[in-house]
Design a protein around this ligand. Structure first.
Ligand code: NDP
Ligand code: MG
Length: 388
């Protein structure tokens, strides 16, 4: 069982829930990081007394250092790497949002740490490279280095315990359908930021909540699953399951299907990743199926939520496509949250960027970061040209 951890993104939705879990499990936190929310970081540091603290935004460095003169205080991207590779930690929880999670994940693996990965953008953009790094570091018959935190991937991971890869026929990812399930494009023209942030079953950070409303989140999870479980996107299905009780399923060659069920509470997958190969202490509320009564399923509406279809196409094409998809989407979500574009525009502009994308080989981290930067610039040129 994990003894000492660092939490990257400790002030976010997953970060805060991770702190709740580690307190209950008695795990020691030796490092914390935030981007701008220095007040919460200070509060967490007083409570947990870690050795090292990182604040992404350099303007808060002095304030943090004044509060903790005896601790190691670091900042910026390099600071994040110092936390990801901090010698005393045996596991790093990556709860960063966006592509900022990629390099720290790689550095942590290279430094011999286990990584509990919530940051899905890491595998969407860098899956191929992470796989290469893992193949150097992962010893045969030893416990996995990379542990999923995303609830669907934790569910699949749990279903696969004791199973052989050759017996897996298909993965079935469940999706709640988000706040606009059943709506058509014409109904979505005037939805505002508040409507989008009202997720029916999960309480999460803003970026992933917007991604869940467009359903690109599920597309990202298809790509994430390809790398986590070494499976083709053709063998991954998505099914809408509005109650969010079944977190995903695996179908085997004999037709048997295994599922993992629980109330939607991220503390369970976090606890599983931190306790693996053991089980935790039942922090989550026990499931009452009689009270729940109905578990229902629907086909996704690929016409309205066409980014899911585009994500499948990008998954199949691979190389620079998922990187471009992620970059365009990160920019689109930012513009939307700033009130500069509408909800349907997120989908429209991301689709336009992918339509004009020309494939490039991805061999190195630098390739990924260059494609990311180019795509963001293309996005800005496109959107600024249209909205000004
Ligand atoms: P939040 O936005 O709530 O938190 C993000 C965290 O990362 C915060 O601590 C934030 O700091 C920090 N951060 C933001 N930008 C940067 C940056 N550029 N550099 C360094 N640190 C940064 O996100 P969530 O917790 O919702 O999600 C985290 C990841 O987990 C995402 O990839 C998401 O897709 C995934 N995930 C989340 C789930 C959920 O239930 N929330 C479920 C499954 C997956 P600050 O607070 O200071 O801004
Ligand atoms: Mg998920």
């Amino acid at each position: 069982m994990t003894k000492k951890i660092c939490i990257l993104g400790s002030t976010g939705s997953i970060g805060v829930q991770t702190i709740d879990v580690v307190k209950k499990l008695g795990i020691k936190v030796v490092g914390l990081s935030a981007h701008k929310n220095v007040e919460l970081l200070i509060k967490q540091a007083r409570d947990l007394n870690p050795d090292i603290l990182c604040i992404g935004d350099e303007k808060y460095y002095t304030l943090l250092k004044e509060n903790f003169p005896d601790k190691i205080v670091v900042t910026g991207e390099e600071g994040l790497i110092s936390i990801a590779t901090y010698p005393a930690a045996d596991l790093i929880v990556n709860a960063l949002v966006g592509i900022s999670g990629l390099v720290p994940t790689i550095e942590a693996i290279l430094a011999g740490k286990k990584v509990a990965l919530a940051n899905k953008e890491t595998l969407v953009t860098g899956g191929k490279i992470i796989k290469m790094v893992l193949s150097q570091k992962q010893e045969k018959d030893s416990l996995p280095i990379l542990l999923p935190v995303d609830s669907e991937h934790s569910a699949i991971f749990q279903c696969l315990v004791g199973e052989e890869k050759k017996n897996v026929k298909k993965i079935i990812l469940t999706a709640s359908g988000g706040p606009f399930r059943g709506k058509k494009l014409k109904d979505l023209q005037n939805v505002n930021v508040e409507d989008v942030l009202m997720h029916p079953t999960w309480n999460m950070g803003k970026k992933i909540t917007v991604d869940s409303a467009t359903l690109i989140n599920k597309g990202f999870e298809v790509i994430e699953a390809m790398f986590f479980f070494d499976i083709r996107c053709e063998d991954i299905d998505v099914v809408i399951h509005p109650q969010s009780i079944i977190h995903s399923m695996v179908e085997f060659v004999d037709g048997s299907v295994k599922a993992q069920l629980s109330y939607p509470d991220m503390r369970l997958p976090i606890e599983y990743a931190l306790s693996f190969p053991e089980r935790g202490k039942q922090i989550a509320v026990p499931l009452d199926l009689v009270k729940i009564k109905n578990l229902t399923f629907e086909e996704p509406d690929f016409d309205t939520f066409f980014l899911l279809k585009i994500a499948y196409e990008c998954a199949k094409k691979g190389e620079s496509y998922p990187v471009a998809l992620n970059a365009a989407n990160e920019e689109a979500v930012k513009y939307f949250l700033e009130g500069k574009i509408g909800f349907v525009d997120i989908m429209k502009y991301v689709a336009k960027i992918i339509e004009s994308h020309r494939v490039q080989k991805v061999e190195t981290i630098r390739d990924i970061l260059e494609i990311d930067a180019e795509t963001r610039q293309k996005f800005k040129n496109l959107v600024e040209g249209e909205i000004s």
